[in-house]
Design a protein around this ligand. Structure first.
Ligand SMILES: [Zn+2]
Length: 196
């Protein structure tokens, strides 16, 4: 695998070393690849894999972008045995207010809530997976005017999964908020809560 990367990029590590100008501080490196999406601050939004959310620091240490963000915000390193978890269930989010220190158990629950381990009703591929909590977040965000396209990136799923979560059917058992309908057409339309 490294050999193939070498052929393609000239350097086996280049795939994961973020392509930002040298000499930036860790803060600047995070900021250079982050985008605000709603309340979340998404690192490397065009990449799906957790491998693309790792940075190599000058010390040679590999660190997840969300771990680095927590450490910079709190001005200390993550104590050994603890993990940086997401309140927002959004793995690529590096918004410090959404990050908290958790135990291994919190970290597992965090991961489960994000749907990496739970089997979500009627879905098989991870590209189609959302948890019930995420469906609630999706509907709330869509009612607030966020685009399905942006939410698909934020949650790492197909855009159809986002609209599917919004309108229900598979997710009709999630009722807070209840399933949505698109009222009107095109630019003149808007999302609203469906009548029961
Ligand atoms: Zn977040």
């Amino acid at each position: 695998m490294h050999h193939r990367r070498w052929q393609r990029n000239g350097d086996p590590l280049r795939l994961v070393v973020d392509r930002v100008p040298p000499g930036l501080t860790p803060q600047q490196r995070l900021a250079a690849k982050s985008e605000r999406r709603g309340e979340c601050l998404i690192y490397a939004p065009n990449w799906k894999s957790a491998d693309h959310r790792k940075l190599i620091l000058a010390s040679g240490r590999w660190v997840g972008a969300h771990v680095l963000a927590w450490e910079l915000a709190n001005e200390r390193s993550v104590p050994s045995g603890l993990f940086v978890c997401h309140k927002c269930d959004t793995p690529p989010c590096i918004e410090p207010a959404h990050l908290f220190l958790g135990t291994p158990r919190d970290n597992n629950e965090d991961r489960d809530r994000k749907g990496r381990k739970v089997i979500v009703r009627g879905t098989k591929s991870s590209r189609w997976k959302l948890t019930e909590h995420q469906v609630q977040q999706v509907r709330t965000a869509i009612l607030a005017g966020e685009q399905a396209r942006d939410l698909a990136i934020r949650f790492g799923v197909h855009p159809e999964t986002i609209t599917g979560a919004a309108v229900g059917r598979r997710w009709s058992h999630v009722t807070d908020p209840p399933p949505l309908v698109f009222v009107g057409r095109g630019r003149h339309g808007r999302w609203a809560v469906a009548d029961p």
